[in-house]
Design a protein around this ligand. Sequence first.
Ligand code: NAP
Length: 258
Amino acid sequence: MTDTRITLVTGANQGVGLQLTKELVAHGHTVYLGSRDLARGEQAAAGIAAVENASGGSAIPIQIDVTDVDSISAAAARIRAEQGRLDMLVNNAGISKTVDRALGSPEYRAHSLASNASLDEIRAIWNVNVFGALAVYQAMLPLLRDGKDPRIVMVSSGVGSLATNADPNYAYHSIYGPGYAASKTAMNAMALTIMIELENTDIKVNIVSPAFTATALNGFAGTESIEDGSREVVRVALLGPDGPSGTFTQWENTAISW
Ligand SMILES: NC(=O)c1ccc[n+]([C@@H]2O[C@H](COP(=O)([O-])OP(=O)(O)OC[C@H]3O[C@@H](n4cnc5c(N)ncnc54)[C@H](OP(=O)(O)O)[C@@H]3O)[C@@H](O)[C@H]2O)c1
């Protein structure tokens, strides 16, 4: 059995997940680079080959669609066969909408009011961000129980904070809607259920938010570079065995109210 840290990152073929994968590989991790489209995962993994050579880490593309139970089970079976364990799960895959074009803030707000948001779109978002993350947790838990210093990182968002959004002065108060933002609130609720289930085990659980980062999720409107915006996700994913559990942080290790 290898001593290298074995990690699975979902939605790792682009954006924050890819940046995290690069940095974990640079720290010597063996990272299963999850991608719903295997060819795109293979392309992403090929792009970080230079990092692998320097660090001894590696990126292994793996097909995983978090809305497809069969693909999740197949991924778990493959990791069991190849590694016998999983040390860290990063539930990163996420979507913000289903319409296939960028929406500016006013248009996004108009599109996602409680009174008019599409229930089909809300269900699709929740299927990935909430039920997908929970399904991957359920499938990977037996592997994590056999892992070393196991940790689960839930990549959520500050826009999911109920306490923050209830404040009329919060910058994104007016765009708190039932789709993406509420899905991240629900993801945090799922994370709490996981934390409570695991509180008497050695498996640690953290929730983390990237900064507002230029990725496909927001039509590249984010104000932070991929490297800077992913920094807190990387910091939490690199916490050692003495690192905390039960945290929800964003940007420079700042706690977020649930
Ligand atoms: N960017 C920000 O400002 C920001 C802020 C706060 C939180 N976040 C969170 O950060 C995480 C990563 O987002 P990002 O900004 O890096 O966006 P991104 O570049 O769009 O990446 C999202 C990833 O999730 C994957 N994905 C979508 N649906 C999936 C499914 N059904 N199964 C498996 N993978 C799926 C995407 O795959 P495809 O490439 O195939 O679409 C992509 O790899 C998300 O959870 C997001 O909510 C982002």
